[in-house]
Design a protein around this ligand. Sequence first.
Ligand code: URA
Length: 425
Amino acid sequence: MNPNDIIADKNSGKSIRTSDLHSFISGYVEGTINDEKMTGLLRAIFDHGMTDDEIFTMVDIMIHSGKQMNFEHIDEYVCDKHSIGGVGDKTSLIIAPLLASAGLYLPMIAGRSLGHTGGTLDKLETIPGFRADISIADFQTLVKNNGAGIMAQTSEICPADGKIYALRDVTGTVASVPLIVSSIMSKKIAEGIQGLVLDIKVGSGAFLPTVEKAKVLADMLKKVGEHFGVKTDLVYTNMDQPLGNFSGMACEVLEAIDCLKGKGPEDTMAVCLKLSSKLMIQSGKTKDETESNSILTALIKNGSAFDKFDEMISIQGGDLNAFTNTPAFTHEIIADKSGIIQSMDTTQIGWGLVDMGCGRKNKDDILDATAGLECHYKIGEDIKNGDVLFTCFCDDGDKLKMGIEKITDSVSIGTEKVDVTLIYN
Ligand code: URA
């Protein structure tokens, strides 16, 4: 069928036939379907959605756009964690080595920045020498030997997600249940894992901010997991404000290192422990959250979790000894009244970070490893007129100015007492 007819069918609310979806996606991967046509299809899916069967088919086609990993030779539990995307979310950097130090195996395929949210790979690549474009054969060996590794989608694994993800990022087609589900689940299933935990973000910085929409997304993710035989647990977490104190590029890796050394912010540690504990229980290693938490906190305390991170980074070519963050420009955003922080427009904060060099407006944009911000106050905290709300930094003065304009208006200060729920289940 002609690609234009497939787009027109979706735009008129019809389901796409398996063979048509297959030829569209494989044509895009091979280069016979261009960005413009694929954008047409993504927009049509964004506007009209997909049936459950179409989503299962789309996931299957995307998995088979490349090879799949196989860890059948490993006796231990092979699993992964993935997040829907947020601001300041560095949990993958912590959870992969932490769980590997507990004896689980995590072959993590991570993403780059998407829309207003940061990307695990972009953050990791701020470490001098770190490489995420690894062959599947090397990655499997690395995971087998070290317990955890973090790689990118490559031309070998889930190339359909690699290409579609990059296109969605710059065409405003991110916040769509079928597109998020097919993107996440295709690469997770291609990892050859037995189990998965998904961090479903809810709040002003999430792609689907309301609990109702997040639940629709979460239910579909779980259905796909079950359909493909991957045990899938869900945790709903708050994204009404950036997670942790730092959001951006290298600064998030440094904060993740603090977490692995037991010096991380409370919110980030709580989310990491909750997600990690789900996988500990799922794998049968522990019977409940209390037991998981005591094992995991001991692994942080005795240095094993950080040692595993160090090992993972150096096996992938990174040099933590040469890793610093020295941005050329810094600016403080000051509170213009006293009161209690009521809310934050975290999507707006994310777009400010994109302006500063933490995300892409065009596919080929080069990111700024030094870019980011420190958030000095959180929702519900008292603040005084003149206090520093955010310290923003990066290597380009003009970009910093653009980012600051967005971030300055992102916080509301009032008089009401506000409670924040960090984890909903
Ligand atoms: N993470 C992904 O891998 N894909 C999405 O679409 C959203 C979050």
